[in-house]
Design a binder for this molecule. Structure first.
Ligand SMILES: *Cc1c(COP(=O)(O)O)cnc(C)c1O
Length: 427
């Protein structure tokens, strides 16, 4: 039996004429659970994590999985069991961490718009650190903590003003972004934080963007962070940790981002050279831990050849896979059981009533109604961004572990969707 791996997808491969994830046939899974279906490889997630762990061998580091990339309980449980902390951006995400067996003290809470009730609940749960994004938020957090007779552990998110050279919607560390404290205000902001009675200043953080495929923006950000650390500590505010955020890219379509361990070898060399080698570190990777661990299986419904375009209509749509519509993002689309006859050029589109509902443009495919396609690199920012638009039920999710499979999310039902709604008069 010949086996052929797909680029960037180490745990997805053809065995004979059929696509497998680890030791599980994807067509068998689709038969059992229906489509669209998200399937994730546990080994791929742990491999991605171990690249970071190798990179930090012998250092004091806390890896906080940025769970907005994929917040399904069965996914975050894999990372909790592997010892990860979590970067959360809402009380909802913290609630999921606790439900999946994660530890609050390893959680950091990011985001520009935390509400008082969220701060209170996070303090009550004993979270590790708040990553604060504005001076106004420092004041409110201090007040909330004081009311509870506590001091809130804080890190301040700084905006290092480096260009991550990625899509504008996912670059976050430039001057015009809503995130973080501007470079020139940072020292002042730390002095203010240190003087507030309800705060305990712990660290500094940044997060410059997402799907970053080069080392240079990270190296620049690290330099600017270390300049700031020096200035803050000179001004009399000691810092415990440095958090460089997330953002490392993955291979969707031939991109060649640095490997996590190689990137960190360069960053750690910089830390050492500047005398900060013993400093506690944190990172917040999201996409790079889960993106290439997932595939979305979808069934071909209709072929609709046309004069200008051929459309291949499938049963997954922009509500399941929002990235193409949102960011013109590219996902590889492959047949689960390739046919030997000649392929044609197709636009792969979903059933939703929007022209923006496409999954891939101009793809060479040979498929017939009833065939299964795999949309690759669907582990990050797909299910967690999915919606019920067009009253479509959210897909089911399966975790593959060797030859074992675990259904980690049931397919939604129409009753699920209507549960919180009320008619105003009897029907
Ligand atoms: C989204 C986000 C991350 C993770 O980004 P990835 O590109 O998925 O690695 C990390 N930190 C913060 C603050 C974020 O908002």
């Amino acid at each position: 039996m010949n086996s052929k791996n797909l680029a960037g997808q180490p745990h997805i491969a053809y065995r004979g004429d059929e696509l497998f994830m680890e030791d599980v046939s994807l067509s068998a899974l689709a038969q059992q659970h229906g489509t669209p279906l998200f399937v994730y490889s546990k080994a791929a997630m742990l491999d991605a994590l171990s690249a970071y762990q190798r990179g930090f061998a012998g250092r004091e580091v806390q890896i906080c999985y940025a769970m907005k990339a994929n917040s399904t309980l069965g996914v975050i449980q894999v990372f909790a069991q592997a010892g990860c902390g979590f970067d959360v951006v809402s009380l909802g995400e913290l609630t999921r961490v606790l439900a999946a067996g994660g530890q609050a003290r390893k959680v950091i809470f990011s985001g520009v718009g935390k509400k008082r009730a969220e701060m209170r609940a996070a303090l009550q749960a004993g979270i590790g650190c708040f990553n604060v994004e504005s001076e106004a938020e420092l004041d409110v957090l201090s007040e909330v903590a004081q009311e509870m007779g506590m001091r809130a552990p804080v890190s301040i998110r700084v905006n290092p003003n480096v260009d991550p050279q990625t899509h504008p919607y996912i670059s976050t560390g430039l001057k015009g972004n809503k995130f973080g404290i501007a470079h020139e205000r940072v020292v002042h902001t730390y002095q203010r934080a240190a003087a507030l009675p309800g705060l305990n200043v712990r660290g500094i953080d940044c997060h410059i963007g997402s799907q970053i495929t080069q080392a240079s923006p990270y190296l620049d950000a690290m330099d600017r962070m270390l300049d700031l650390v020096q200035a803050i500590e000179t001004a009399g505010v000691p810092l415990h940790h440095i958090d460089l955020g997330g953002g490392l890219g993955i291979n969707y379509n031939g991109e060649t981002p640095p490997q996590a361990d190689q990137l960190w070898a360069q960053l750690l060399a910089k830390l050492d050279a500047r005398g900060y080698g013993k400093r506690a570190l944190m990172i917040e990777p999201g996409r790079s831990l889960v993106g290439n661990a997932g595939v979305c299986l979808t069934e071909v419904l209709y072929l609709k050849p046309g004069e200008q375009k051929n459309f291949l209509i499938v049963d997954a749509a922009m509500n399941d896979l929002p990235r193409p519509a949102m960011y013109q993002a590219y996902h590889q689309i492959v047949p689960v059981k390739p046919r030997s006859t000649e392929s044609q050029t197709w636009d792969v589109v979903g059933p939703i009533c929007e022209s923006g509902d496409w999954i891939g443009h101009d793809r060479q495919l040979n498929a017939q109604p009833g065939d299964l396609l795999g949309v690759l690199s669907a582990g990050a920012y797909c299910m967690s961004m999915s919606s019920n638009y067009n009253t479509r039920n959210r897909a089911a999710e399966v975790l593959v572990d060797g030859a074992q499979t675990h259904l980690i999310r049931d397919r939604e039902t129409y009753a699920d969707q209507m549960r919180q709604e009320h008619l105003s008069t009897a029907p």
